[in-house]
Design a protein. Structure first.
Length: 411
């Protein structure tokens, strides 16, 4: 190949005419400068720069332009060199080719053919096994052993398409014979047998689950059937939002999610519904809550009327207000007064998912006699925050002064 001019000192770039989808060998020689540097990028490769430096005037030897080609065929690289006398560049033409060899297998990316689908329905795409991963292939239906049902299909590119409406009740399987041919005209033939109409079958039913509130719960099924399979989980007959996979995951179960769960699996050939599996969500008892306190907590500080974290709120109220076991303080969960344009509002917090408790608002005008305040339905609003609920109780203010407190106890 012609030299690459670098000032008054030409540098030759030679290259093997063919490389096998890995690297390109470039030879540089007659470098007269103390330092020679070249940069090359290869079309069709990963465009990785190659930089070569040498400190002698002898043959530099072979250097590699490496990368991962995406296609085979003719391509080129621009080789640039610089030294103290100037710079020059040359386009080096070469070819990328894979290792020789005929295809060794052919398959179809489908488990079967849907029943009752219209002409032109895509069945799947052919895949060829070949020594050259960059090769291209042509597919055709051919006569021979296993070609009895070739007339029911056509091939477009690498795609098998129906040419007739198939009835799984009449024909349970079809047989075709396909030939794959690579760019060098080498070929391989194979008969493929495809089942027709495979409705979903649930081969493993969901299992019942029992968890404590706040724990995760998982149900799943195992199925067979012609893809694509669609799933819909139901709780007590009502669709579960987001329950559209083989596995149903509930990250933090609460009592409202307890119930009977089923899943319906559908494809183009039919539907299957699982047996029902129950989810039991046990409320958290005080004992269970206390068991989550730091292991270093003395036994005496685990009692309901003790105050393990020293925040002035007894453990039982920490539990009742929804304070996580082991939290530094429950002060943020204390009941408090607020106001709006209508009047005063008493706010307190109630834990979700715990054993049933009674929350009673008491009122007094002298701090000695206390009576329960029983609000009307319109006087109570709630906001569910997941692990706890904020309860807002409107309290009519009919006395010059009034005191309120919250009483919490077991039912």
């Amino acid at each position: 190949m012609a030299g690459v001019g670098v000032g008054t000192s030409p540098v030759d770039a030679t290259v093997d005419t063919t490389t096998w989808f890995g690297s390109l060998s470039v030879t540089m020689h007659r470098a007269t400068a103390s330092v020679l540097e070249n940069t090359a990028a290869t079309a069709g490769n990963s465009d990785e720069p190659l930089r070569v430096k040498a400190t002698n005037r002898a043959l530099l030897g072979s250097q590699l332009i490496s990368g991962t080609p995406t296609a085979q065929g003719a391509t080129s690289a621009l080789v640039s060199v610089t030294n103290a006398n100037g710079a020059g560049s040359k386009q080096v033409d070469f070819a990328i080719a894979g290792p020789p060899g005929a295809p060794t297998d052919v398959g179809l990316g489908a488990e079967g053919v849907n029943s009752g689908k219209p002409v032109g329905t895509v069945v799947g795409h052919f895949v060829t096994v070949d020594p050259n991963p960059l090769d291209t292939f042509a597919y055709e239906l051919v006569s021979g052993t296993g070609s009895a049902d070739n007339g029911l299909f056509t091939i477009a590119g690498d795609t098998l398409v129906t040419a007739a409406v198939l009835d799984g009740a009449v024909t349970s399987t079809v047989s075709i014979r396909v030939r794959t041919t690579d760019s060098s005209a080498a070929s391989f033939e194979k008969a493929l047998v495809l089942p027709v109409g495979i409705p979903p079958v649930i081969i493993r039913q969901p299992d019942a689950r029992q968890v404590s509130a706040g724990e995760s719960a998982t149900m799943f099924v195992e199925t067979t059937g012609l893809p694509p399979l669609q799933y819909q989980w139901k709780k007590d007959g009502v669709d579960v939002d987001g329950g559209n996979g083989r596995i149903l995951e509930i990250a933090s179960a609460n009592p409202s999610q307890a119930g009977s769960y089923t899943v319906t699996v559908t494809n183009g050939d039919g539907t299957a519904t699982s047996t029902a599996a129950s989810l039991v969500v046990n409320p958290i008892s005080y004992g269970r809550w206390a068991a989550e306190l730091p292991a270093t907590t003395p036994q005496g500080l685990l009692e309901p009327i003790a105050d393990y974290n020293g925040d002035g709120i007894v453990n039982f109220l920490d539990f009742a207000f929804g304070v996580p076991a082991g939290a530094v303080s429950a002060l943020g969960a204390r009941p408090f007064f607020t106001y709006d344009a209508v009047g005063p509002i008493y706010v307190y917090y109630a834990a979700n998912g715990i054993e049933p408790l009674n929350y009673r608002v008491l009122k007094s005008t002298d701090l000695s006699a206390w009576a329960q305040h029983i609000p009307g339905p319109s006087e109570v609003t709630t906001i569910d925050y997941g692990s706890y609920t904020e309860v807002r109780v409107r309290v009519p203010w009919g006395d010059p002064k009034m005191f309120l407190r919250l009483e919490v106890g077991t039912q």
